[in-house]
Design a protein around this ligand. Structure first.
Ligand code: NAD
Length: 280
């Protein structure tokens, strides 16, 4: 729950911004993906809840989304597996008729000091965080191009929101695979945006700072860890999944129709070089 906010306020804010659109959110059974899938459903979209493991959580997300009077189903697929991604988008087109919004969110970490990092750790993170986003984007774009713009649904022929990170631009010792994957996501997003904008397709990224989810539990689950983390956040609060979900809904909606190839940092100021507030 967002501090000082209520479901009613959030509902009013999202105001069915993506009514009638069909959205696919990868890694939607947990954390940011879960909150984003729910926020898109609240904002009027039919939603495919992708998961790779954790069917029960995925079904809970589906039930919550259906509570908004829209359609939803869970689909198991590993985003780094080409055939599974092709199958996931094909089923979505069969069941929902098309896809309007892809949120390429699935991601993971396999941390190690660089000299100790195994090829398997390097490869897994690149495969899921970067190649996985590419495969999902490629399949979504095929359908965007086939269908084109449907003006009563959206001004755009399709929207892709890549889940990046402040580590798109902030180096991160001990996480060279993750930082490289997110740096790659930034350049992939900009290249896709440049290539596809003439066809009416908008590709953008949302780059979270420190958000309270299972991926980074050790960074916030003790008071000491949280207070260390807050030194990196000028706004002095750890982000909640809903902070990111709200940004994704806005970027995916026609409200931000002229935003193309942009990275929206949603990070409480983490990318403002906080060390320079008192030094430098
Ligand atoms: P999370 O661990 O709660 O969620 C990650 C999701 O991705 C899970 O549902 C997981 O099952 C799924 N996933 C992993 N491998 C997959 C695969 N091969 N196929 C399909 N799904 C797969 O963590 P989160 O914080 O919600 O992370 C979501 C995204 O946000 C990630 O891309 C992450 O890099 C990014 N992010 C998170 C933070 C943060 O502070 N939490 C900050 C910056 C960026």
């Amino acid at each position: 729950m967002v501090a000082g906010s209520t479901d009613e306020v959030r509902g009013a804010m999202s105001a069915r911004l993506v009514a009638g659109q069909k959205a696919l959110v990868t890694g939607a059974n947990s954390g940011i993906g879960r909150a984003t899938a729910i926020a898109l459903g609240r904002a009027g979209a039919d939603v495919v809840v992708n998961y790779v493991a954790g069917e029960d959580e995925a079904e809970q997300v589906v039930a919550e989304i259906k509570g908004f009077g829209v359609r939803a189903y869970a689909h198991q697929a590993d985003v780094s597996d080409e055939a599974q991604v092709v199958g996931m988008v094909a089923r979505m087109v069969e069941e929902f008729g098309t896809i309007d919004i892809l949120v390429a969110n699935a991601g993971l970490q396999r941390d190690a000091p660089s000299v100790e990092m195994t090829l398997a750790q390097w490869q897994k993170v690149i495969d899921v965080n970067l190649t996985g986003q590419f495969l999902c984007a490629r399949e979504a774009v095929k359908e965007f191009v086939r269908r084109g713009v449907v003006p009563e649904v959206s001004r755009s022929a399709g929207k892709i929101v890549c889940m990046s990170s402040v580590h798109q631009i902030v180096p991160w010792a001990g996480h060279v695979n993750y930082a490289s994957s997110k740096g790659g996501v930034g350049m992939m997003m900009e290249t896709l945006a440049q290539e596809l904008a003439p066809q009416g397709i908008r590709v953008n990224a949302v780059a979270p700072g420190a958000i309270r989810t299972p991926i980074n539990r050790s960074a916030w689950d003790t008071p000491e860890a949280e207070s260390d983390l807050l030194r990196l956040i000028p706004y002095r609060r750890v982000g909640e999944p809903e902070d990111i979900a709200n940004a994704v809904v806005a970027v995916a909606s026609d409200l931000l129709d002229y935003v193309v190839g942009a990275t929206l940092y949603v990070d409480g100021g983490m990318t403002l070089f906080p060390g320079f507030a008192t030094g430098g």
